[in-house]
Design a protein. Structure first.
Length: 365
């Protein structure tokens, strides 16, 4: 510690002039200063990990909303295709009813199905608008500009065939929230040393150098200088109870930090397993739904052929088409759910599944 001072005083009897420097150096015999430095370094590192954790969450939320938008666009395309087919059905049943080949009931049923199909479109449009607005908020942009950019439908990403999730030890290295909790634990542990060091005496060297004189013109002459150096001992003997209480507080804070660290590790493992399970189940569900779409496509073709041939009622056509579009919509939702599971896995792994997905160096770049 360095200091400098210059004073001048005038009294009734005499003038007094003083200028000088003083310095003090505390000898870190019991490690209190070292522990303070360790705690400060750990706090700084924890702040950096908190920033990385916020970035991972922001990117994940942005990806989740983007995939939701693309999934809604896919469902909108299916809904419009269904409305178009239902519109064709209305024309077919109307012409057949006029020709006496179908009943008015078939025409009424086709008209009702068209109205139901068209009624689903506004709800999807509203959801699409909301998704664009959420993306705009996350990007800090006006939704109007994003709507033009995102209007064209895009494909949902396919999940990689093999995901190199890695070992639990790698997970601890990747996730910034775990690294943040670990640094907070290190800081809390170091502060126990800071509190414990207060039990022991503090040694320091102090020194001073300066000039003093009764007249300003004599202040900086050789005969006016002075210096002093010597050791200092400080030992708060009367505050032992307070220091012991502070040590207990520091230990309790450290136990709390340890509990947070352990909870963050267990939460990370749970989130990874949940994301992997969701992704695996949605993949299996998509395979089944693809089979259902193919089978229902064939059923619709056969039912329509038999209806036009006059050997089957229109009810069989509507049932087959309803099953087809329900399967297609569920398949679109399943693909969207796969993308959402990928986002959840990205966040659970701390920013991806690549080898250096979320290393500190990568985060700084």
């Amino acid at each position: 510690m360095l200091g400098a001072a210059a004073t001048a005083a005038r009294g009734r009897e005499q003038d007094f002039w003083l200028a000088g420097f003083d310095a003090a150096w505390e000898i870190d015999v019991f490690g209190g200063i070292r522990r303070q430095a360790e705690a400060a370094d750990a706090d700084l590192a924890a702040s950096g990990e908190a920033l990385r954790d916020a970035l991972v969450s922001l990117r994940g939320e942005l990806a989740r909303n983007y995939f939701e938008l693309r999934g809604l666009q896919l469902r909108m395309e299916i809904a419009r295709q269904e409305a178009g087919i239902r519109r064709d059905n209305v024309e077919i049943t109307r012409e057949r009813a006029r020709a006496g080949l179908a009943s008015e009931l078939d025409y009424a049923r086709a008209s009702g199905e068209l109205a139901s199909a068209e009624a689903r479109i506004p709800a999807l449009e509203r959801a699409l608008k909301a998704a664009v607005f959420r993306i705009g908020v996350l990007l800090g942009q006006e939704p109007a500009g994003l709507e033009a950019e995102l209007r064209a439908a895009g494909a949902l990403p396919a999940a990689p065939p093999d995901l190199p999730v890695g070992l639990p030890s790698e997970l601890l290295r990747r996730r910034p929230d775990i690294r943040k909790a670990e640094r907070e634990l290190a800081a809390a542990t170091a502060r126990i040393g800071v509190s414990t060091a207060d039990l022991f005496p503090r040694f320091s060297l102090t020194g001073a150098f300066g000039w003093q004189a009764g007249e300003s013109r004599l202040l900086f002459r050789d005969e006016s200088n002075f210096w002093a150096i010597g050791p200092t001992l400080r030992w708060p003997i009367l505050n032992f109870r307070r220091i012991l209480s502070q040590i207990d507080v520091s230990k309790a804070v450290r136990e709390e930090a340890l509990a947070r660290y352990e909870r963050s590790v267990l939460t990370a493992l749970e989130e990874v397993e949940n994301a992997l399970t969701a992704l695996s189940r949605e993949k299996a569900r998509s395979v089944s739904l693809i089979g259902a779409v193919e089978a229902n496509n064939l059923a619709v073709k056969l039912a329509m052929d038999r209806y036009l041939a006059g050997v089957q009622s229109y009810l069989a056509v509507t049932d087959a088409q309803a099953a087809l579009y329900a399967a297609e919509d569920q398949l679109a939702q399943s693909r969207q759910a796969q993308s959402q599971a990928l986002v959840a896995l990205y966040k659970a792994l701390g920013g991806g599944w690549e080898e250096n997905a979320s290393s500190p160096a990568a985060g700084e770049e």
